[in-house]
Design a protein around this ligand. Structure first.
Ligand code: GUN
Ligand code: ZN
Length: 430
């Protein structure tokens, strides 16, 4: 059993942040060799019970904070090299930068190379689980799944479905795309810590037949995830209305094809109406809120207040390469700024504990993985980060001055980046 003594951040079932200044985290392998949290809480309360056990090894990390590994609810690994590509908005950005970059993933060696860099970058930034887009090339899924498996990481990804309105090099064939999806589900879903996501890019780039086939697979493989984009940009919303004139709304296109259910995660969800929000809740479908991407592409602002009023699931995501950073701190900072009440805009000023929850335990709940990842309560897989709150002179000064948990977390959210993450520990099954 491995025992850590340091400050400890975790979350109660209701989402409240729990903090032990002098904390204890005990980790041990289960009967499958998966490292899990055995105990978490105050050193004073737990040390007598756990440090005396045979084989207990204590690691003391003074001045450090152990916290759950972050979960990125929506990211594109093939867009690692697209970050910072300027364009007038979503649709020209896709055409000019994204599709040309993604077409290079027909080469397996290129996919392998980017997958390794991508996972290094996730881990450097403290991200231990992601729901990631691959490209339309099946080999791009094999590359990311294989690389994640080798590191013992929990990763969910899928082959992009896009059989129309897409250039040569990324466009796939309707029938073959569905055969490839099923083959990949059978090859990877549930293997070690890997999961498959059925991945229609977005409604404009799939034919009705492809969406129908995706919905059939989603019904047949009920514990597989679904990921796509919805209501990100006004030009996109108008285009969908032209392509699907019978649909009540953009979101309802997905519902009409059986693509809204538990374990379905839609990026953005900006331009929704209240009927859409009610549908999100009814279907237990989640939104991946991607504020750095929405600010970069000028798409708009996720409405946290209306989402809460409708009580649907959501969590935070980087959406790299539309997103501006791999760092969960940059994403939480942007979520705060994009969401907050201001003098020219209504909004919701999110608390630091809630922002952090949305990128960890809240994101796990959105994925249907509550109690497995995104938290450090007993039974959770032991994916965690070691944070050094004194990693820069200003952070050292601000975090030392903090007089409450809110002040401590806010200092890190507003000033932090990859430098805060001293170590990322992934709970590899042996
Ligand atoms: N909509 C369809 N494809 C994409 C994509 O790659 N990124 C973003 N941000 N939106 C999309
Ligand atoms: Zn995206």
């Amino acid at each position: 059993m491995q025992i850590y003594r340091s400050s400890l951040l975790r979350f109660a079932d209701d989402g409240q942040a729990l903090y032990d200044e002098d904390g204890l985290l005990a980790v041990a392998p289960d009967d499958r060799g998966q490292q899990r949290v055995v105990a978490a809480g105050s050193w004073q309360a737990l040390q007598a019970q756990f440090t005396g056990q045979p084989g207990a090894e204590v690691t003391h990390l003074p001045g450090r904070i152990l916290a759950p590994g972050f979960i990125d609810l929506h990211i594109h690994y093939p867009q690692t090299d697209v970050i910072g590509a300027p364009a007038a908005g979503l649709l020209p950005w896709l055409e000019k930068y994204t599709f040309p970059h993604e077409s290079a993933f027909c080469e397996r060696a290129h996919a392998d190379n980017v997958a390794e860099f991508f996972l290094d970058e996730l881990q450097r930034n403290g991200v231990t689980t992601a729901l990631a887009f691959a490209t339309s090339h099946p080999g791009s899924v094999d590359a990311l799944m294989g690389a994640s498996q080798a590191r013992g990481m929990r990763m969910i990804t899928g082959k992009v479905l896009q059989d129309r309105h897409s250039p040569d090099g990324v466009r796939d064939q309707t029938e073959q795309s569905l055969i490839d999806t099923e083959t990949l589900i059978q090859r990877w879903h549930g293997v070690d810590r890997l999961g498959y996501a059925i991945t229609p890019r977005f409604a404009p780039t799939s034919t009705h037949e492809q969406l129908r086939g995706a919905g059939e697979l989603a019904a047949r493989y009920a514990d597989v995830w679904i990921q796509s984009h919805v209501a990100e940009n006004l030009d996109e919303v108008r285009w969908v209305a032209e392509l699907f004139p019978k649909a009540r709304s953009y979101l309802s296109v997905y519902d009409d094809f059986g693509l809204m259910r538990e374990r379905a995660v839609y990026a953005h969800c900006i331009h929704l109406d209240d009927e859409d929000r009610a549908l999100m809740r009814e279907r237990s479908t989640a939104a991946a809120v991607s504020p750095t991407s929405n600010l970069f592409l000028g798409s708009g602002f996720f409405d946290f207040a209306r989402a809460d009023a409708a009580q649907f699931l959501y969590g935070l995501a980087s959406d790299v390469g539309g997103g501006m950073s791999f760092s969960p701190f940059r994403t939480m900072q942007a979520a705060y700024v994009a969401g907050r009440e201001g003098q020219t805009k209504q909004g919701l000023s999110l608390s630091p504990g809630n922002l952090w929850w949305q990128h960890t335990a809240g994101a796990a709940r959105a994925l249907g993985l509550a109690g497995q990842v995104g938290n450090l309560q007993p039974g959770c897989e032991a994916d965690f980060v070691v944070i050094n709150p004194a990693c820069t002179p200003l952070l050292e000064r601000k975090t030392r001055q903090a007089e409450s948990l809110d002040e401590l977390l806010f200092a890190m959210i507003i000033l932090g980046d990859d430098r805060l993450i001293e170590r990322t520990v992934v709970s590899q099954a042996k």
